[in-house]
Ligand binder design. Structure first.
Ligand code: HAM
Length: 417
């Protein structure tokens, strides 16, 4: 028998409702902030990611799923930001739309070693705002991430923020770091030995114990920020304070993708284990220009949906019981049952029946397995009276209801209206 490929997941019918709930909340909240949805393709030219994320980024070095077709090399997208900027430029949105605010929900692919919360096909819900460098936007976008988490009923997360500064600041910071780490190379893990040459900033957020010890002893503050970038970061913090957002400045926070400049942030959750980031984001003020467009500011973030579902409350994830299940006893009742089923569905009531002729006991067991909220039983007696027996599967009570009053009673119980 075939098996799914490692690091992928079947989202089974029982789990899909949690996904739909999270997607619905996401669409609502983004629409309150006046974001529009965008759906770029899942496959892109591989070079787009090499160029955007940086040749030395781990995703580019080790994790891209590449698809070769004739002479062309494509990649299953490992993230959304590069695709969105490509779409923004290719469709001339920079010329027609001014500032654009978009969100996306969909699968991403990274060939990582699978473990709890780390998959090879996972899902992002994310957003990008292109066309402004205003620090108020940074504060708004972090507060939007915070509002999304609150709407998913997630508690106990921590928002960490930092500023990497502009390209020049990042370069200076890299040099300072390289100098202070130079005589500590033997103590670093193998990955960080490579990072020392290719991407020294990443050493700051390495999870290896030995590297953490080395990094702890470095005196990292935000001294590398130029006056403009410092001023920008101060305004971001002021904005967050005025929006009452709980955050911590963490000067060790760097991100694994080259495109980030100035504000970066990460939201972590203690219950997630080693892969503790629920989501992350930041500014990428050079990327639009680097991909051939005008110089313009941009910022965004993405959450991993699988990780959100690991920490969202059960009440939020489990669909409230709505199903009305019809049980018919005998051929005549079955005909009546089919008509009733049709009427209920037309009235917007989720309903189903047992198409097989099961015994009452067997049919009730099936209703129970389907988590039905209400069961309607039609037998000979009910047929004669033009009524149904209505069984409340939560309270266990049973009563007779006339057919003409049925839809009203059902709606009251199922939807409360
Ligand atoms: P990222 O930090 O690479 O950022 O991914 C964002 C989130 O996706 C992570 O915090 C995590 O929750 C989830 N995630 C990443 N890799 C995996 C995985 N292998 N399995 C499960 N979940 C995963 C970005 O991708 C940026 N594009 C975010 C951004 C948007 N920055 C600006 N705009």
């Amino acid at each position: 028998m075939f098996k799914k490929t490692p690091g992928t997941k079947d989202i089974l019918p029982d789990e899909v409702s949690s996904w739909q709930t999270i997607e619905e909340t996401t669409r609502n909240i983004f629409s309150f902030y006046n974001y529009k949805e965008i759906r770029p393709p899942i496959i892109e030219e591989a070079a787009l990611f090499n160029r955007s994320l940086g040749e030395s980024a781990e995703i580019v070095q080790k994790q891209m799923f590449l698809v070769k077709k004739d002479k062309d090399v494509y990649a299953l997208r490992p993230e959304g930001t590069a695709s969105i900027v490509r779409a923004y430029l290719e469709n001339n949105l920079d010329k027609t739309a001014g500032l654009i605010k978009v969100y996306y929900i969909g699968p991403m692919f990274r060939a990582e070693r699978p473990q709890k919360g780390r998959l090879r096909q996972f899902h992002h819900l994310g957003c990008e705002v292109i066309g402004s460098q205003v620090p108020y936007l940074d504060a708004e976008i972090i507060s939007l991430a915070d509002n999304l988490l609150k709407a998913y009923t997630i508690e106990g997360y921590e928002i960490k923020i930092n500023s990497l500064g502009c390209t020049k600041d990042k370069k200076e910071f890299t040099e300072v770091l390289r100098k202070s780490l130079k005589d500590k190379i033997p103590k670093l893990c193998d990955d960080c030995k490579v990072r020392f040459k290719t991407n020294v900033l990443r050493i700051l957020d390495c999870k290896n114990e030995g590297c953490i010890e080395v990094v702890k002893k470095l005196d990292i503050r935000q001294n590398h920020l130029c006056p403009e970038c410092k001023g920008h970061f101060d305004k971001v913090k002021e904005g967050l304070d005025s929006l009452n957002i709980d955050y911590k400045v963490n000067p060790y926070l760097v991100r694994g993708l080259d495109y980030y400049t100035r504000t970066v942030f990460e939201i972590i959750h203690g219950d997630l284990g080693a892969q503790n980031a629920l989501g992350a984001g930041g500014r990428y003020d050079n990327l639009v220009h680097d991909l051939g467009g005008p110089s313009t500011g941009a910022i965004g973030f993405a959450f991993g949906i699988e990780r959100l579902l690991l920490v969202a409350s059960r009440e939020y994830r489990v669909e409230s019981k709505k199903l009305v299940y019809i049980i018919t006893l005998g051929e005549d009742a079955k005909k009546e049952g089919l008509k009733l089923l049709n009427n209920l569905r037309r009235a917007g009531i989720t309903s189903d029946t047992d198409y097989e002729d099961k015994s009452l006991k067997g049919a009730l067991r099936r209703a129970n397995d389907l988590s039905a909220r209400l069961v309607l039983i039609i037998g000979e007696d009910e047929l004669k009276k033009g009524a149904v027996a209505l069984k409340d599967m939560v309270s266990g009570e049973q009563k007779e209801v006339k057919q003409e009053d049925l839809i009203k009673s059902l709606k009251l119980i199922v939807t409360g209206q």
